[in-house]
Design a protein around this ligand. Structure first.
Ligand code: TYC
Length: 110
């Protein structure tokens, strides 16, 4: 027994349907900067503790970043995947809230 053949569209017929573009290059995951913002009230020592405790910096590194933020208004804590950046930012904001300091932290796509 032969099966009935599905007729093929003539080659000049209009093509319809979904085209799927094949990606030739692998995409790196987007990375996010976590930035600390200056304010006039958060104690310098609290900011240094945050940079050591949440961002794993040594005391001299943490002091450098804190002083940079103090002088320039904003400074880089680190660059992470979206989830890690969001977690660290939330930890900073929560610690500042608990301690009743106005310290602000933001994340920004690199
Ligand atoms: N400007 C603050 C002060 O003089 C210190 C400070 C540094 C606050 C960095 C926030 O992200 C900050 N006490």
């Amino acid at each position: 027994m032969t099966r009935p053949q599905t007729p093929h569209a003539p080659s000049d017929a209009p093509q319809t349907g979904v085209t799927v573009k094949t990606r030739l290059k692998t995409q790196r995951p987007a990375m996010y900067k976590v930035l600390l913002l200056n304010d006039d009230f958060t104690p310098m020592e609290f900011v240094v503790d945050i940079l050591m405790g949440i961002f794993g910096k040594s005391e001299p590194e943490a002091t450098d970043v804190m002083l940079h933020v103090h002088r320039k208004g904003v400074g880089l804590c680190g660059v992470f995947s979206f989830e890690v950046a969001e977690t660290k930012m939330t930890q900073v904001l929560q610690a500042a809230k608990v301690a009743q300091h106005p310290l602000k932290c933001v994340m920004e796509k690199e």
